[in-house]
Design a protein around this ligand. Structure first.
Ligand code: MN
Length: 490
């Protein structure tokens, strides 16, 4: 067995000891043979790319079908292998994933890429039913960006621009922030090499001058936590140069004025220990006034959880410290994708006939519910839960405006949801909706491919009843806003 294959299998074994390793081995060898006469621009055998794509996906602890599909992701496009053949060897699920990735590659947008980007992403979401396809494509792109220096300068620019407009938004939407910031830095280096170099050298200079102080604080923190006899590890915050650059532009500030370049993370096992560590830090360090935020009790909307507190060292260095559990850390780095559980764990379950996505979503929702139960307003919580369920549901429908603009809505969305998706003002004045030329009731459930046209009238206004008709969070909040303002005036 080759060294690389061995390494990959060990990575999968760590989170999924009962995976079908023979299948992974088969996929590896199959891809290796199919790409046998091909090389990467770096001169390496092509299989190195397939292997690295699969390896990146083990970070998300994805199931064996995804790992196999990652190994095989280029065989339909770049080799003589036919889909029927792949199906015979690896079955329906893996073949569908590989076909999905191949389908994405068939969309090429070289001209006016920025203008088309949003439509492209919408279409992709409608075409690709399985989110794993997009995640494989992201891992593929991440490895291509990591090895981009072997391509010609023109090609480097073209691929970087495409990655920035089309792919980083997906990483963001899926909450895979770790990949997103790495992609952004790689793109930044290609598209604005001078700026990149400048910020990088300033960052390094600043970090060097502060390094001693940071080390000092880190040692003090270690001493403090060590005494508590809890399990923990300390991480220095990874740099995202593009993020710093964007902040400089947004705030119109020079590099020297950007404050929060440095941070530390303390990762521990339980929520109780997060608070215990916090209280030790509060006792032993000088705290920047008003700097404490409890995102564990009150998570951010994207479900981010951590305790934030900023300490000031004896020498005046300011360091933000984030305290979180391992699970919170995974979620902060990998978002929704961090909650995908390995399939085998569920197969023993009585719920074996549930669709995989349903099961993932159940777990995801269970977690959200857990957060919400700790909050007071039950009515709002339930609504939030429904909203999250709707937003996270990857079964989307896809309808178009009379002009042919694509609009993506969650499955079950009504004609009134469409009106609000076009524009909130149009929603507020919606008298009726024509679907494929026929007038339908406002609670009509839309289907993919329908052409919808909103009829508006000035004297129409949202009513209480409309809240029962719409399912999207956007429409709900807009209607509620109108009702609130309107009731005030009375
Ligand atoms: Mn590839």
């Amino acid at each position: 067995m080759s060294e690389k294959l061995d390494e990959l299998i060990n990575l999968v074994k760590e989170y999924s000891p009962n995976a079908d390793f023979a299948l992974i081995e088969k996929a590896y060898n199959y891809a290796k043979n199919a790409h046998y006469f091909q090389q990467r621009a770096s001169g390496e055998p092509y299989i190195v790319h397939c292997y690295n794509t699969a390896k990146i996906l083990t970070e998300l602890k994805l199931d064996e079908a995804t790992i196999c599909a990652a190994l095989l992701h280029d065989v339909l496009e770049d080799t003589l292998v036919a889909p029927e053949e792949l199906k015979e060897e690896f079955g329906e699920e893996i073949t569908t994933l590989v076909e999905g990735v191949t389908k994405i590659n068939s969309y090429k947008f070289s001209d006016n890429i920025t203008a088309q980007a949003e439509n492209w992403r919408k279409m992709l979401l409608a075409v690709v039913k399985d989110t794993r396809v997009i995640i494989i494509k992201l891992a593929d792109r991440l490895h291509n960006m990591r090895t981009i220096r072997y391509l010609s300068p023109d090609k480097q620019k073209e691929i970087s621009l495409e990655t920035l407009t089309l792919y980083t938004p997906f990483a963001h939407r899926l909450g895979i922030y770790k990949w997103k910031s790495e992609l952004e830095d790689l793109i930044f280096e290609v598209l604005q090499p001078a700026k990149y170099k400048e910020i990088r050298s300033k960052w390094e200079a600043r970090s060097e001058s502060n390094l001693k102080n940071l080390e000092l604080i880190q040692d003090q923190i270690k001493d403090t936590v060590e005494k508590m006899k809890v399990s923990y590890r300390i991480l220095a915050r990874p740099k995202n140069l593009y993020g710093i650059y964007k902040k400089m532009q947004r705030q119109e500030k020079p590099f020297s004025a950007i404050q929060d370049l440095f941070g530390m993370r303390i990762i521990t096992d339980t929520q109780e220990n997060c608070y215990a560590i916090l209280s030790q830090i509060q006792t032993n360090f000088k705290i920047l006034e008003g700097s404490f935020t409890d995102y564990i009790a009150v998570p951010k909307a994207n479900m981010y959880q951590s305790l934030h507190i900023t300490v000031v060292s004896d020498t005046g260095v300011i360091v933000e410290i984030q305290i979180r559990t391992e699970e919170m850390h995974r979620r902060a780095e990998y978002g929704i994708a961090a909650h995908w559980r390995y399939k085998a764990a569920f197969e023993k379950n009585a719920a074996a006939n549930l669709k995989q996505t349903d099961i993932n979503m159940e777990h995801h929702l269970e977690f959200i519910k857990h957060i919400l139960e700790s909050q007071k307003d039950v009515h709002d919580s339930n609504e939030f839960l429904t909203a999250i369920k709707t937003e996270c549901n990857f079964d989307q429908i896809y309808v178009s405006t009379p002009k042919g603009d694509a609009i993506k809505l969650p499955d079950g969305a009504t004609a009134l949801d469409f009106a609000y998706a076009v524009h909130s003002d149009i929603g507020d004045k919606c008298m009726g909706v024509k679907v494929d030329g026929k007038l339908v009731p406002l609670d009509y459930k839309l289907k993919t491919g329908q052409k919808c046209e909103v009829l508006v009238r000035k004297n129409i206004n949202p009513t209480e009843n409309w809240l029962k008709i719409v399912i999207t969070a956007q429409a709900k909040s807009r209607i509620r806003k109108y009702l609130r303002e309107h009731n005030k005036k009375k």
